[in-house]
Design a protein around this ligand. Structure first.
Ligand code: MV4
Length: 452
């Protein structure tokens, strides 16, 4: 096992990692940017190193600064959390060649899964169902037109170097293909430095379902029950829950088995997530693999009673999985992402937290790095807290979450708690009837109602 790990991140996930590391008896090193001098992760780690100014490119994204911090403090591993350098294969490789363990999969697998078109090819070989579409990147508009005729409309253009929905264009008719193709190329080049696109049949009315998996160096794969992540806006998840109201036990067994096999097929060693779309007929289509720990890993922890970060650290140290193969989930869990933003305009609302009351009680977990007096800097993402609930049934978890949100007070900044309250009160949501369009259409309806 390691003796000291450096956490190359900030906010709630940095605290989350510090907690598990401490429980494993490891020393922790925080890195921080200038505005994060008084951040909780900076104060709660055993050691801290300032790695630069507010701008992420010069601090949390600076590979030389982070590696220097690891060398100065003699850390033997780096946990990247999510975002920042978490899915950067070059960073993983430099860690490996510097003799510092990167807590995650190999640079090679990360690079393969980072190319979404190659990941799709690879998963097809692994026998995971994929949408009809191009086998490789689409070279030019002529090839796009030819493929479009074969796949049929609507279709979707995706950035090979993208992921998480960035650089995607839906094409509803052949007449708009040429224009959408050049826009998508341009956007991909601007966002990822790579204009390469691939093409898929667009699946209407789908749900966004993902499967958490872990696999150790001894080759044992373990996949968990699905997380339902369709409640999102502009590709930012807002509420996640597990299990999905849409997935029956037979489908669940089929998909978790397929993911375990695919994880072994690519010799994946770490914790990761397989994203799927599920259509109205309950067909699953592989979308992408996230090679990092995700924000919403918490809901899986709540229904399985496990600590995924501890497991991830153990695997990186070469230890075997400590979990039995026949784990079963219990109850229902839900997470609300509390963001510092206006609940109606979604404009970020950084600033000083003047007064803070967080919920608690049985079945409630709050993952946050916020405290009274903390000034949320404007330079990073707007997540202030994850409120996570678990209860025996979905109905109970919704009531528990509504109660928890009612008992939460955050003064000084605006938050999206009112948005969460209106989702939790929505009758389709309460029935579990929603797809990836749900939140955006709910918001459209609210706006048109207000105009009348
Ligand atoms: C799709 C799709 C429909 N059909 N692919 C978005 C995130 C990325 N990992 C995959 N995504 C999607 N891929 C096919 N073939 C729908 C999504 C999608 C989505 C699309 C538009 C608006 C919101 C969305 C939310 C989740 C997923």
């Amino acid at each position: 096992m390691f003796s000291k790990i450096l956490i190359a991140n900030r906010g709630e996930i940095a605290l989350r990692i510090i907690r598990s590391a401490k429980e494993l008896g490891l020393k922790t090193v925080a890195v921080y940017s200038e505005p994060d001098r008084n951040a909780l992760h900076t104060m709660l780690a055993d050691e801290k190193v300032c790695i630069g100014p507010a701008k992420a490119a010069e601090s949390y994204l600076s590979i030389p600064n982070i590696l220097s911090a690891a060398e100065i403090t003699k850390a033997d591993a780096i946990h990247p959390g999510y975002g920042f350098l978490a899915e950067n294969p070059r960073f993983a490789e430099i860690c490996e060649t510097s003799g510092i363990t990167f807590i995650g999969p190999s640079a090679e697998v990360m690079s393969l899964m980072g190319d979404k078109s190659r990941a799709r090819q690879e998963m097809k070989k692994a026998k995971l169902p994929i949408t009809p579409g191009s086998d490789t990147i689409v070279a030019d508009i002529d090839e796009a037109k030819r493929l479009g005729k074969k796949i049929k409309y609507p279709l979707i253009l995706k950035a090979a170097s993208g992921g998480g929905g960035k650089g995607m264009r839906i094409v509803r008719a052949p007449a708009t293909l040429e224009e959408q193709f050049s826009i998508a190329q341009y956007e991909s080049k601007a966002a990822f430095g790579d204009p390469s696109l691939y093409m898929e049949k667009y699946i209407e009315g789908a749900r966004h379902i993902e499967i958490q998996v872990i696999r150790d160096a001894q080759g044992r794969s373990l996949a968990f029950g699905e997380r339902e992540c369709s409640i999102q806006r502009k590709h930012q998840k807002v509420i996640e829950e597990t299990p999905s109201t849409f997935i029956d036990e037979k489908t669940r067994r089929r998909i978790t088995k397929a993911v375990e096999d695919a994880t072994s097929f690519i010799d994946y060693q770490s914790l990761g997530t397989f994203e799927f779309l599920v259509d109205e007929q309950k067909n699953f289509y592989f979308m992408e693999v996230n090679t990092r720990v995700q924000v919403e890993h918490t809901i899986t922890e709540m229904t399985y009673g496990i600590d995924l970060i501890k497991e991830q650290i153990r695997l990186a140290a070469g230890e075997k999985l400590s979990l039995p193969q026949d784990l079963r989930m219990q109850g229902h869990s839900m997470e609300c992402r509390i963001n510092a933003e206006d609940a109606e305009t979604f404009i970020p609302s950084p600033g000083k937290i003047e007064f803070l009351v967080l919920p608690g009680g049985q079945g409630i977990r709050v993952d946050t790095a916020a405290y009274e007096g903390w000034i949320i800097p404007p330079d990073y993402d707007s997540l202030v807290a994850k409120i996570v609930a678990v209860a025996p049934s979905r109905k109970e978890v919704i009531n528990k979450m509504r109660t928890a949100l009612e008992m939460t007070t955050i003064v000084g900044i605006k938050t999206n708690i009112p948005l969460h309250m209106s989702i939790l009160a929505n009758s389709d949501f309460k029935k579990g009837r929603y797809d990836i369009q749900f939140l955006e259409s709910m918001l459209d309806k609210q706006i048109s109602k207000r105009k009348i």
